[in-house]
Design a protein around this ligand. Sequence first.
Ligand SMILES: Nc1ncnc2c1ncn2[C@@H]1O[C@H](COP(=O)(O)OP(=O)(O)OP(=O)(O)O)[C@@H](O)[C@H]1O
Ligand SMILES: [Mg+2]
Length: 417
Amino acid sequence: MAKLDAGRERAQAIEALEAQAKAHYDAGRDAEAADAYERAGRLLERHAVSSASRKIEQARKAKALKFLEYAKALRAGDVPKPETTPSGEVTAPSGAPGERRARGKGKRDKDDDEIHQAVTGLLHHASIGWDQIGGLEETKREIKYALGVSVAKKPEGLALASWRNVLFYGPPGTGKTLLAAATSRALKTSEREQATFFNVKVSSIMSKYFGESTKILSELYGTARDMSPAVIFLDEFESLCGSRNEGDTGTERRILSTILSELDGLAEKGRDDLYVLTIAATNRPWDLDPAVLSRFDKKVLIPLPDATTRRAILDIHLGKKGFVVEADLEDVVDLTDGLSGRELESLVKEVTNRMVADENRELPDLVDRGLDHVRDYRVRVRPLALDDFERARRHVHPVTSAADVERYTAWRDAAEA
Ligand SMILES: Nc1ncnc2c1ncn2[C@@H]1O[C@H](COP(=O)(O)OP(=O)(O)OP(=O)(O)O)[C@@H](O)[C@H]1O
Ligand SMILES: [Mg+2]
């Protein structure tokens, strides 16, 4: 019930912001209108996540993107006239910022609309902060430094290369996706405004839109440039380059040349005002095409967590759940050698679920006797002991072997040689 109300409240807030934005716009107060569109867009992005269906989510994300594009255009003095249909759906008039790339081709056809829809579906609101990622301090610092250098003013005449393409590689569940999300959140342009984040699972684009993948990629980068600063996260990146053994088809070659030219950033050359950062992630760096690999300024191995990092990750996940631990955490850390961050998270889930189940064995019988009995029941908990962790540890099976770890470090050493 509370959730429903929160949703309705948010929808109302978005409507109010949109009305405000229009009023400011009509009165010629572009800066205020831009702020209101920006806030409506951000709120709607978040609202989209809790949509009842995929279709509604897509429509909301598309509308959010429109708002953000209006804000951007208004700030740039490139003033479109936002229009609202009677149904409340925003329609973009020709010449509105989002339409820029379609101009000249006359009216956008249905296919283009679908492609645009697919790209707006990739828009993502990142809510991960650096402090929710345990360890990886060196990597976090490096990323922050790179962002700083890329965005800061450089001395006149100095060609200081900034990071544009970063590859995270390593075993599953080690924080690659978390790092990408935190990066986009860190790219704040103001208190409210953060970089636009496109979360692209390459394998799903490839399977769903194989014939159209090149169009999607171009539209994706085009939209990202419109929305700069932007982060494009290409997850499961190895699927983009296909399995090289299967022999390239024409489509695969076209995809490859599209991604190469996007990674080269030809469209951004000489445009200091644009910043589109590509972060690619993979578990299989050895499958990547050498030409693609050479485009990455920075390749970062995100390894299985060492003891210090495991300690930090356990602290985060145990702390989040509010359970008391009466074991020496160092002993727990020793138990977890070889586990990834994701597996540490499952261990915490396992250990807490088992303890609660143990302490509340009569609960199923109470449910049999009727919900009134359950409502008055208070769930019992106790502090977690080393024993609990040992028991739970037997149910968590690491997916990465010592041989895998070896393969990653060997690949890194070869790549750096
Ligand atoms: N360093 C970390 N700190 C805190 N939690 C972590 C960390 N690494 C992993 N986790 C936990 O594991 C989950 C999975 O992490 P994430 O999605 O970033 O892994 P990944 O490296 O992208 O994996 P994959 O290669 O399978 O995509 C996270 O949601 C988080 O709960
Ligand atoms: Mg991931």
